[in-house]
Design a protein around this ligand. Structure first.
Ligand code: HEC
Length: 439
């Protein structure tokens, strides 16, 4: 794995190591490899080189909340998080959808797509962060209700005795309710989802216990040496809908590392932006986005927990033109690394997690995103580039950092819990909507 922003920009992501592993194995070093943690769930995702790279393998076995794959909680997971479906849209960025990379990576590559059609059906979802389900058939819904009813009594108590997994399961149930509210489907599921989530509720003191934490800023340097914990400044901002906990059910915090010698400095930039000016973002500006779980406690109140599940790194690496040779994520100078925690990793590792235990997504990994309200099969790189590119936008000087947009009202000097309390207030609005929908 290479560090972001080295020149020339290196080919990134785990996939590029695959040939090396082959060589090592060939050289008879398999014993060395075998010592790697056996639980690392790489094999559940389609590997580099596969046409569906990054999608769940159809025959994978998922045990996110309990080691028994048939545990009712795991079956709830399979019902919600695994779906074989035909996407509404298919992006041209998929390897089977375009030829000639040098011709393809020109203006607008990230927009190109077509409608889904027969033959596009795939398995989507898995132990990730993008929920593939939009609705359930009557039979699926009835089966899911039975499973939700099974999360009760001793079984629920056992789940509550493992707070991290329990919190995520609860968040997944509520997230499904959120989705069904959004798609106006399966209203019969809302009450069973809410009641099961309530049976998984833990006391506020447990939810706020710092020992649940899965991530600290100090762990960033190990995966990205140019990021220095002491130089990251947290920004408050007006969240877009994508990061509003009423919709995401997650808290989100953004930190920026401004280049040391840049003029103006970060404070100067923020003041200018507040005065309706917006200086250009300097090269080598970096950002970290972290999202984590909000839970409801046993009194029905939202609590932001210290379980971070999504860590994304960004750098303005170069201002070279858009081309295939510009090997940043956007191909126009903005590079990302995305780390998603898997539920199973959390269950197995608990408090001993490092950022390197998170699953790192490759630019070319495929995911079913729903950011714009329709299920779209695309690559990580194409999706991130939609909102974080330099080209084809009137805001080239923003260098793909929406948090620094004047209208986001970015502010420094915020308390460490500002964003967490905000997320709880946003989440409360979701609860009000859900509770009134089940009345
Ligand atoms: C639909 C638009 C959209 C998509 C798609 C999107 N983002 Fe963002 N992202 C935003 C917005 C808007 C913000 C600003 C924060 C806020 O609104 O609260 C942001 C913030 C960020 C930040 C913090 C610094 C910044 O740029 O402001 C990082 C890092 C980030 N996103 C990474 C990613 C990655 C990686 C992907 C792809 C997996 C991605 N984003 C996809 C809209 C998007």
């Amino acid at each position: 794995m290479q560090a972001l922003g080295r020149e020339p920009y290196p080919p990134r992501m785990l996939g590029s190591l695959a040939p090396l592993f082959g060589v090592l194995l060939g050289a008879g070093l398999s014993a060395l490899i075998a010592q790697a943690p056996a639980t690392r769930p790489i094999s559940r995702w389609q590997p580099p080189g596969h046409q569906d790279r990054g999608l769940p393998k159809p025959d994978a076995v998922w045990s996110p909340y309990d080691e028994g794959p048939q545990h009712p909680a795991n079956r709830v997971f399979a019902a919600i998080w695994l779906a074989r479906l035909q996407p509404a849209e298919v992006a041209a960025a998929l390897p089977t959808e375009h030829s000639g990379a040098s011709k393809f990576f020109t203006n607008g590559w990230y927009f190109k797509k077509r409608d889904g059609r027969d033959g596009d059906e795939r398995w989507f979802g898995g132990d990730g962060l993008q929920l593939p389900r939009e609705r359930f058939t009557a039979a699926e819904s009835a089966a899911l209700i039975d499973l939700l009813l099974a999360i009760d009594g001793e079984l629920a108590a056992n789940l509550r005795s493992r707070p991290q997994s329990c919190i995520w399961l609860q968040n997944d149930l509520l997230r499904t309710a959120r989705r069904l509210l959004d798609t106006d489907a399966n209203s019969e599921l809302l009450l069973p989802l809410l009641r099961a989530a309530e049976r998984l509720a833990l006391p506020a003191a447990t939810l706020e216990d710092a020992s649940l934490s899965t991530f600290g800023l100090e762990s960033l340097t190990a995966v990205e040496p140019a990021l220095a914990h002491g130089r990251l400044v947290e920004l408050d901002r007006r969240s877009s809908r994508l990061f509003d906990a009423e919709h995401s059910l997650l808290w989100s915090r953004v930190f920026v590392q401004w280049p040391e010698t840049a003029e103006p400095d970060l404070q100067g930039y923020l003041e200018a932006a507040a005065n309706k000016l917006q200086p250009s973002i300097p090269l080598q500006t970096r950002a970290v986005l972290i999202q984590g779980l909000v839970a409801i406690d046993d009194q029905g109140r939202p609590r932001a927990t210290s379980i971070a599940i999504d860590v994304r790194l960004q750098i303005f690496a170069n201002a070279d033109p858009l081309s295939v040779a510009n090997t940043t994520t956007t191909h126009d100078g903005i590079a990302f690394r995305a780390f998603w925690l898997e539920r199973q990793t959390l269950r197995e590792r608990g408090a001993n997690l490092k950022l390197s235990d998170f699953r790192e997504l490759a630019d070319e990994d495929q995911v079913l995103f729903r950011d714009y309200g329709s299920l779209k099969h695309t690559t990580v790189a194409a999706q991130c580039s939609l909102c974080h590119r330099r080209t084809d936008t009137p805001e080239q000087d923003l260098a793909g950092f929406p948090v620094l947009r004047r209208t986001s009202e970015p502010k420094s000097h915020i308390a460490a819990d500002t964003r967490l309390r905000r997320a709880e207030a946003e989440f409360e609005r979701f609860l009000v909507a859900l509770r009134s929908a089940v009345k």
